[in-house]
Ligand binder design. Sequence first.
Ligand SMILES: *Cc1c(COP(=O)(O)O)cnc(C)c1O
Length: 401
Amino acid sequence: MTHKTYDAAVEADWALATKLVRGGLRRSAFGETSEALFLNSGFVYDDAEEAEARFKGEAAGYMYSRYGNPTIAMLEERLALLEGAEDCFATATGMAGVFTALMASTKAGDHVIASRALFGSCHHIVTQLLPRWGVETTLVDGPDLDQWQAALRPETVAAFIETPANPTLELIDIAAVAEIVHQSGARLIVDNVFATPLLQRPLALGADVVVYSATKHIDGQGRCLGGAILSDRAFIREKVEPLMRHTGPSLSPFNAWVMLKGLETLELRVTRHCENAAFVAARLEHSTKIKHVLYPGLDSFPQRDLARRQMTGGSSLVSFELDGGKAEAFRLLNALTLIDISNNLGDAKSLITHPTTTTHRAMGAEGRAAIGVGDGLVRVSVGLEDKHDIAADLEQALTAV
Ligand SMILES: *Cc1c(COP(=O)(O)O)cnc(C)c1O
């Protein structure tokens, strides 16, 4: 058996950096320093009575790693502690987290409102999959609160937003949307991937559920896929757990262990990501080849006040619009010598993507126009290399444009 190393009350009092390193730690009888990797699918019982008692829920203990494993439990507890959430369920990927959170909130006949500017696969779930199960969905322009109010119905049970949104970094006022959708008792689900647990606290702002793709900054080093759903205990245990248990998009213990090690350095990395991104954004603003730079940390950012109110940093993503559309964007990407062309983000390595031809291709020209994604838009995930090298690579590539 593993035992929690610290009392919950002690852990809750720790500052963030301490929670990131030690939160949820359980040491086995061997007294290992680092979190142990329990790479096992099943568990054994001392006798038949013990097996029966665990399946009845009368005895504590693990049964099967699809719904519980000590390494995964350490990750879940650490994430819950960081987020200030009562409970957490880890998932195989960020998309498994988004899908399960939405399925756990809805049934046929219900209504869901989502902001239009969503990660491509989230957009697919909301507009293609939910309607197949009889859940009606309405898309709104996330920042326009009047549209949220107008879309609300008595049968609205959930609202789904991503802020900052990919790739425009458009922000949505979490507290204001929470207040509106709570009028019908709907749950506000926030995809907090871009902000990470460090830059924005959706639950404290009034949201009900937070989902993460741990693949991004939590791993942050391009190794594993993973995700998490965080909320109150009733939602996690009564709605999410049965779905996870019986449908099975569970996180691998190995990936959970990688994510635990990732969390230990999350604050160091995100701080540096933001510092580098702010530097790169400011340098790009000087370029005559660029129409505008989008970065929530810039004074020129249209929603600067909201950024200051609900975020403590600008994030690691910088987007900018080139004159000349796709041809010029491709010329820029192909002229880079340090930054890699990749649709991933939140990685130690700086990555660049052209959303129109990759992540937002399936959305179609009309869908892209509605969220302000033009053919000349490129998105940079600013990594942990030296900020001068990153900016210099972009500047030399801009001379090719
Ligand atoms: C990457 C991402 C996801 C999906 O996460 P996966 O781990 O790739 O499944 C969902 N939302 C946002 C905002 C993302 O960036």
